[in-house]
Design a protein around this ligand. Sequence first.
Ligand SMILES: NC(=O)c1ccc[n+]([C@@H]2O[C@H](COP(=O)([O-])OP(=O)(O)OC[C@H]3O[C@@H](n4cnc5c(N)ncnc54)[C@H](OP(=O)(O)O)[C@@H]3O)[C@@H](O)[C@H]2O)c1
Length: 303
Amino acid sequence: MRVLITGAEGQLGHDLLDAFSGNVPAAGSPAYAARFLTTAHDVKGCDLADFSLTDAAATMDFVRDFRPEVIVHGAAYTAVDKAEAEPDVAMAVNRDGTANVVAAARAIGAKVLAVSTDYVFDGTASTPYLPSDVPNPLSVYGVTKLAGEQACGDESTIVRTSWVAGFHGNNIVKTILRLAQAGTPMTFVDDQFGCPTLSADLAVALVGLAKSCPGGIVHATNFGPTTWFSLARRVVASAGLDPDMVTPVRTIDRLPAPPAQRPMYSVLDGAALAATGVGPLPPWEEALDRLVHLLVAESSTSS
Ligand SMILES: NC(=O)c1ccc[n+]([C@@H]2O[C@H](COP(=O)([O-])OP(=O)(O)OC[C@H]3O[C@@H](n4cnc5c(N)ncnc54)[C@H](OP(=O)(O)O)[C@@H]3O)[C@@H](O)[C@H]2O)c1
């Protein structure tokens, strides 16, 4: 396959480039990867340094030039709290940029796999969200990502994921590890539920999905729900440190509250992904351990 990755310099983008090149991305599950990484595809990445997806003509030119069969659209405005102060910028990237990608794909007959988010939901559910459940985002970021989904058209495949962390880029797992290694006590909310996702495992799932591009919406996360408090304790314990340095706090007691409201419950149901033959992804605990062990090994060789 000829595959274009947008957002190639991002956290997920790095792992997508590896996975579509036939290599297990950093910290990825070798067993899960073996199911889908059977060949190296003709893959190219693009990011802001090349052009902005908000520029329709530049997007069209780039896509016409490379002529991919599949575009994996991972680029996004992802600064969830900052988006509250600059909704127009977030909308331009997440809705209009996505529309430009879809228009360019249509022009050459390419299929689109567009990555979206659990933040399209309001978190009032008490059982895992199905792809068909009605979205109701609480944040500007969620509103703009939902607008991006709506710009996708029926022929695209929307892949919602949640709580993503990986080896490349900044993320909460790296922050927890840094604080834990410095012996800094931490508090994390124990009343927000979701599914952590290792970007490496998600990238492999996207390779699996790219083969069929089934259309519609699927949910792709590592397997199993947790809270931020439990996730943080797992990171610290996995690094061989004392998990008791992480203590719980309720969302309403966390002051100051972050600018963007998060869903209290955004567990995504993976049955639709499983029906495509690509799910389930490995359990989140195992995936997180792989990432932490790699990060610890890296920090000990670089110090
Ligand atoms: N991280 C999460 O927890 C999470 C959860 C659910 C869903 N997602 C979704 O997963 C996808 C990948 O997320 P990620 O964590 O890998 O994000 P990321 O690290 O922020 O990567 C996004 C990439 O898109 C680029 N980009 C931003 N605006 C652009 C534009 N106008 N034109 C071209 N490229 C642009 C960014 O460049 P700059 O860095 O220079 O801005 C960045 O390299 C996104 O669609 C995100 O919404 C993420």
